[in-house]
Design a protein around this ligand. Structure first.
Ligand code: CMC
Length: 429
């Protein structure tokens, strides 16, 4: 808490509220006593000015374009760390020592298989089901398969549930993909690293060997790292709100997956690639720029803009570099989609509409191009985002459950419906 207080004057009366300081970033006005003191609520749809929790996991400075996991800049982690190191960092607060990483990797690796009965669960879905529909359902269903890790009051069960979800989510996502293309499920291989194992489960077939290229595995690992956490975004807040009622962790993460699916959030990578393909050629870009600027047209440039970043998304910078590496390796650097993306970025960044509104490319703008080049269909993009974000959701959920000040989330409202009135019998309506 700081010595500063905030004063609020309503009519003749002035009320005082404490101001709290974080390590970095904006201070917050502690308004927990507001209703008791004034009989009023605050009004902040979309939570644009509301801190709903305190957290020590991820920090974003949207104006600077800075993203830190436990204090470490995202570009350093993307370059130097493996995804499992990042998972350890997010979950436990610091980078692992060698023996800690070996132990953590071993624990995750030993949980990669899913209950065999789950295979039948998949068969209940239509073959053309969206992978996100399957992943939402299957993650929620984990509570029906792993009863021994649903008691959230037991820290050991919380830990096992966390490891299980991080270990099994690649298997679950890969199975959703295999199911959609009518190929047999591929079991995990524990001799492979996390990213390579995911690629193996997606692209190996019993009929022939699948060779994993280290450049592709590195790009996959980076995509996981760059999406691993992002502070109190919509899906993370959904996980926290779900968890605040003491719901089991599988149900909470399933709620996060469902929220992520929306095109304004995790679904944007799929929408961005579809848009780039629809534009098709560089000469059609001006037409789409005009559509995006037209207030009477609902079209928006997907992969542009961010609620928090009002500067270049630091994840997009790393992703752009990865896109070049992967496309060069796969011999598709003259890929028309990448050409449209590069030109669109250039034009948008010099157009006053985008410059004035600080609309820069976000992480999803380039991740779709990489995933497409690796061979994933667009429908898998958001499922891969969900896979990556699972660790962030879990770290945030664990932080909340461990917080002695935890309360059930219960926003209030400004009611503008009809005030109390007497019931009218149907004959008189
Ligand atoms: N194309 C055209 N105009 C835009 C765009 C866009 N992509 N994004 C924002 N604007 C305009 C918007 O029309 C508004 O203009 P005006 O002030 O004249 O009314 C202004 O910019 C501010 O927009 P907003 O909707 O108030 O901003 P927001 O913070 O509520 O929305 C956003 C953020 C990400 C939902 C939005 O920028 C958007 O829809 N972007 C496209 C979808 C997308 O790429 N989402 C991925 C986000 S990153 C991944 C993640 O973290 O989930």
């Amino acid at each position: 808490m700081s010595d500063q207080t905030a004063k609020l004057t309503i009519g003749e009366e002035t009320f005082e509220f404490p101001v709290l300081n974080g390590t970095v970033g904006p201070d917050v006005i502690d308004i927990r006593s507001l209703y008791a003191k004034t009989g009023m609520f605050t009004y902040d749809p979309g939570f644009t000015s509301t801190a709903a929790c305190d957290s020590a996991i991820t920090y974003i400075d949207g104006d600077k374009g800075e993203l830190l996991y436990r204090g470490y800049p995202i570009d350093q982690l993307a370059e130097k760390s493996s995804f499992l190191e990042v998972c350890f960092l997010l979950l436990y607060g610091d980078l692992p020592k060698k023996n800690e990483l070996a132990d953590f990797s071993n624990r995750v690796t030993r949980h990669t298989m899913v209950h065999e009965q789950m295979h039948y669960f998949y068969r209940g879905f239509r073959r053309d089901a969206h992978p996100m529909a399957i992943v939402t359902g299957v993650v929620g269903a984990m509570a029906a398969f792993y009863h021994d890790s649903t008691d959230i009051s037991d820290p050991v069960q919380r830990e096992i549930a966390s490891i299980r979800m991080i270990a099994k989510i690649p298997t679950i996502a890969a199975m959703a993909y295999k199911y959609s293309v009518g190929q047999p499920f591929v079991y995990p291989r524990n001799d492979l690293d996390y990213a390579s194992n995911f690629l193996h489960m997606c692209f190996a077939v019993p009929a022939e060997e699948y060779k994993i290229d280290p450049v592709v595995a590195k790009a996959m690992d980076r995509i996981f790292t760059l999406h691993a956490d992002h502070e109190q975004n919509a899906s993370t807040s959904t996980v926290r709100l779900s968890g605040s009622s003491d719901a089991n962790p599988f149900a909470c993460i399933a709620a996060g997956v469902a929220c992520l699916w929306g095109p304004a959030h995790g679904g944007a990578n799929e929408a961005a690639l579809n848009m780039l393909r629809e534009i098709g050629t560089v000469d059609r870009i001006p037409e789409y720029i005009e559509k995006a600027k037209d207030k009477n047209d609902p079209f928006r440039l997907m992969g542009f803009g961010h609620r928090v970043y009002k500067n270049y998304d630091p994840r997009a910078a790393v992703m752009q570099e990865s896109a070049r590496e992967v496309l060069e390796l796969l011999g598709v650097e003259n890929n028309p989609t990448l050409q449209v993306a590069q030109e669109l970025e250039k034009i948008a960044l010099s157009d006053p509409y985008f410059v004035d509104r600080k609309l820069y490319p976000n992480v999803d703008f380039y991740s779709g191009i990489i995933l497409d080049a690796i061979g994933f269909p667009t429908s898998m993009f958001t499922a891969i985002f969900a896979l990556s974000r699972t660790v962030g959701w879990i770290a945030q959920w664990k932080e909340m459950i461990g917080d002695p000040q935890k309360k059930i989330g219960r926003p209030r409202q400004l009611y503008n419906g009809v005030a109390a009135r007497d019931y009218t019998p149907i004959s008189e309506r």
